[in-house]
Design a protein around this ligand. Sequence first.
Ligand SMILES: [Zn+2]
Ligand SMILES: [Zn+2]
Length: 373
Amino acid sequence: MEASPLRPTAQHLRRALFGAALLQALLVYAQPAAAPKPYPSPRHAYPSPRYELTAPELPDAPDEWIDRSIQWVNDILDSYGPDVVEHPVRRAALIRLDDILHIDSAPAKTLVQQFYRARIEKAVKEIEATRVTSGMRIWKLYNHGFFVRTPSVSFTFDIVPGTRAPGFEVDAKVLERLAGQSDALLISHMHNDHASQIVAKLFLDRKKPVVAPEGLWSGQDIAARLIFPKPSATTIHEIPIQNGRQVLKVVVYPGHQGARVTNNVQLLTTPDGFTVVHTGDQSGAEGPGSDFDWIANIGYQHPVDLLMPNCWTTDMQRVARGVDPKLIITGHENEMGHAVKDRRGYTQTYNHLFGSHYPFIVMGWGESYYYPK
Ligand SMILES: [Zn+2]
Ligand SMILES: [Zn+2]
């Protein structure tokens, strides 16, 4: 019987497939394998230098341990406030928070949600009760959100209600009270752990300016109400606040998150002469032609009091040398909308700033620090 013309073809195909599989297996084998860790955790399933020096994690943990830990963390943070010379027990408390917040299901846990809401509500209550007569007080809210108050003005960066897990957000009334206390909202970039239409509307409805990156919410009605200063390392924009009684001076640096996302790195100077820099999710390339060309000159152009970097920015200490601030307060730890592998913790912040010549402070949600002048 004559061989089917299909037969040799099928054989060839099988051989080719087998060859490709073998080649692939050899290629995988040829790659230098990361040294296996004896303590597997979700993070170590994704070998990357970014996950080095972090403790192993568990998919879940008993509520009893979470509850006791949270009570202890609250007690420690309340008893030992943030300071440039940090009491060691604060670091222990923040790293215990990492342990809790890096449980896969942490964003959905009632205990964690209650802890988050209570800390933000406490901060808003404090903000309402705090008058600043000299210096500057800085509250760290959720993720990379900050509230800053000086004797003359109050302003906020990247305020969002929480994260997308149902129940992991502060009450609308709390956000209204926060907007009532702040003269302006500055948004670094479009990602929803930084930009919230709900929050922006609260500011706009109170005739308070919302400064936004070009293209934010384009095509939607709200976009017409936002201020889009053109990013430039050399332009100082004047943003009137308090119905024109005061002005915030803002430089919007043309930053990026990765190669594609536009991210405003914002330098703000208050009428009383305090200058702060908020980086948004600044990250990406180094080398000539990269954003470091202008990051390297920020401190040369402006004397900076406070730098608020995202804790995973590309080479935080290089950013600090460029900005040359008197103080660093980090942000963006434990953004709960990210999967555990991308939930950067306080542990990593301490690692990134190890050996820093710049004083730095690491704060939990809702904590504040008084910066004297
Ligand atoms: Zn982002
Ligand atoms: Zn972010």
